[in-house]
Design a protein. Structure first.
Length: 549
């Protein structure tokens, strides 16, 4: 007898990654259960940075305005040393905006989580069970069976009290492990971590200044071999401090407020000359080991790992939370298509093949940034300082820092023929610009180009009407068309979308639901109609659909 499936998906963990996945699957109309051991949102800030791509995902969820309310735009990132030499500076406001949004946002995590949870109210198809966790799971061909237990059961030792606490067995098509670094889902699925060799102890602190206090909002990497330090002004009056620990530090003592304020004292002038060591409220001081770990696979049959359950990285790029949200965005539309019967189940294998190499590259880059900051040998530190200062005159020397550059995702659901995949196009998101509908009133506000793309696949024509090139058998309900240009549906107001198409000689781009580019048809193609037929048939094959003649 087959498994009786109640939910399309169960999400274990209700942090930012789990909450984003719940929203996206809720938007898709799937029946979802979210389980989370904690009854309340953890009210101490943890992650503090997200980028323009994540802001674009919030936009897709209808939460861009809300995200702007709980975040602040980053201004500058400066590298200095123990002698207060200015080593290198990056103006964050001029980093290219491929996604339309500023590329660096510093935010308040509790407010982000409140926003994500509040947005789920509109989805009656998403159920949330706080105070519950997954205690065991088993898989069958048809789905996953999960045993839930009240979180308090783990802390109750009296057998009679244990029996009074509830347990429950639930079933679903799929299980998403969003339950953090100590993931029970990963352990129960017997998925090992690959150690990418970064294990350094740091003291992470959060200081809340008086809201009336005016201070420099530049983020600082203080590359002092005596005590490497990170100082990041975040949203509002929140300052994140991170201090690298030395071998002779007593870790247990480092979290004491007196010790923390003594560590902050030499750097307060960098924020404001008027600050004193007693200013502000210290809301957290915690010793962490910064790891670089990557799950060997992000999928085991019908179980998927997302966020910290799948990967951990040092925080020097501010990409840990971003990577988890990208995981949710990549997987959610694939699950939607498979559950609806639009795509074959094999499509889900591309979740690991696309996301794992991308995260691996980010981890290596974060470790490289950490290597710059954490140099403790005085000679190596001096060479590092001279190299960074030389990079101000010769920017290519510091190009390895990759400020604002997009890291492509790995191979997966993309066109494979060379004619459809010119260099620098596939594996990246299509740029986003502001647009106006052709023929619209001049007073009408511009809209984002993503708003004109469909929720499924979209064939975008640049000066070409894509609908006219569709073979009759390929006019699927899940395939939309969009003509951009003066004689099309909409024309660009600001941005680089049209320039991107022109620079690559692109006439048409086939865009996935997550705005990744499946493939393109070039202006130089001899037979555009045949090109469209071939690229769409390539897509149909990969989605598990039959070819069209």
């Amino acid at each position: 007898m087959g498994v009786l499936v109640i939910y399309d998906a169960i999400i274990a963990g209700y942090g930012p990654t789990g909450a984003v996945a719940a929203n996206l699957l809720g938007d898709a109309g799937l029946n979802v259960l979210v389980v989370e051991p904690s009854l309340e949102i953890y009210d101490i800030p943890r992650a503090v940075h997200f980028d323009g791509e994540v802001m674009r995902i919030f936009q897709a969820m209808g939460l861009a305005e809300a995200a702007q309310a709980f975040s602040a735009q980053g201004q500058k990132l400066r590298f200095t040393n123990g002698r207060n030499w200015d080593l290198f500076e990056q103006d964050l406001t001029v980093v290219p905006r491929r996604h339309g949004w500023f590329n660096n946002h510093f935010f308040n995590q509790p407010r982000m989580e409140e926003c994500l949870r509040s947005s789920l109210v509109k989805h009656p198809n998403v159920k949330v069970r706080l105070g519950w966790s997954v205690s065991s799971l088993s898989q069958a061909d048809e789905g996953v069976t999960v045993q839930l237990v009240q979180a308090e059961l783990n802390r109750v030792t009296d057998e009679a009290d244990q029996q009074a606490l509830a347990t429950e067995v639930v079933q679903a098509h799929y299980l998403l492990g969003c339950d953090g670094a100590a993931s029970k889902i990963r352990a129960a699925s017997d998925i090992a971590y690959e150690d990418l060799e970064s294990d350094e102890p740091w003291l992470v602190c959060d200081l809340m200044l008086d809201e009336r206090e005016d201070f420099d909002r530049s983020a600082l990497q203080i590359c002092d071999p005596e005590r490497p330090t990170t100082l990041v002004p975040c949203e509002g009056s929140h300052i994140r401090w991170e201090f690298m620990l030395n071998a002779d530090d007593e870790f247990a003592d480092m979290e004491e407020e007196t010790v923390v304020r003594n560590l902050m004292a030499p750097h307060l002038w960098r924020l404001s000359p008027s600050l004193t060591p007693s200013d502000g409220k210290l809301v957290r001081a915690k010793v962490y080991h910064f790891h670089a770990l990557l799950a060997e696979t992000f999928q085991k049959k019908r179980v998927f790992l997302l966020g910290d359950s799948a990967h951990q990285m040092p925080p020097f790029l501010g990409q840990g939370l971003c990577a988890g949200i990208r995981d949710a965005y990549n997987l959610s539309w694939k699950l939607r298509g498979v559950v609806r019967g639009d795509y074959s189940h094999e499509v889900l294998a591309t979740y690991t093949s696309e996301r794992r190499p991308h995260v691996q590259e980010l981890i290596h880059l974060a470790v490289a940034h950490g290597g710059v900051i954490q140099a403790k040998n005085p000679l190596k530190a001096l060479l590092r300082d001279c190299y960074l200062m030389l990079g101000r005159a010769l920017p290519w020397l510091v190009s390895f820092l990759k400020f604002g550059e997009e890291t492509p995702i790995g191979p997966g659901l993309f066109a494979t023929e060379e004619r459809f995949v010119p260099d620098g196009v596939v594996g990246k998101l299509i740029p986003q610009s502001t647009m106006k509908l052709c023929g619209a009133d001049e007073a009408e506000e511009a809209i984002w180009s993503d708003e004109l793309l469909g929720s499924d696949y979209t064939l975008v024509g640049f000066g070409v009407e894509p609908h006219d090139l569709l073979p009759e058998g390929l006019r699927e309900p899940w395939l939309h068309t969009l003509h951009i240009g003066p004689n099309g549906w909409a024309d660009e107001v600001a941005g680089n979308l049209t320039h991107w198409a022109d620079s690559h000689g692109i006439a048409l781009a086939l865009v996935r639901p997550d705005r990744q580019i499946f493939g393109v048809c070039l202006v130089a193609a001899l037979d555009p109609r045949a090109e469209v037929r071939d690229i769409l048939n390539s897509l149909r094959q990969q989605l598990g659909r039959k070819d069209s003649d």
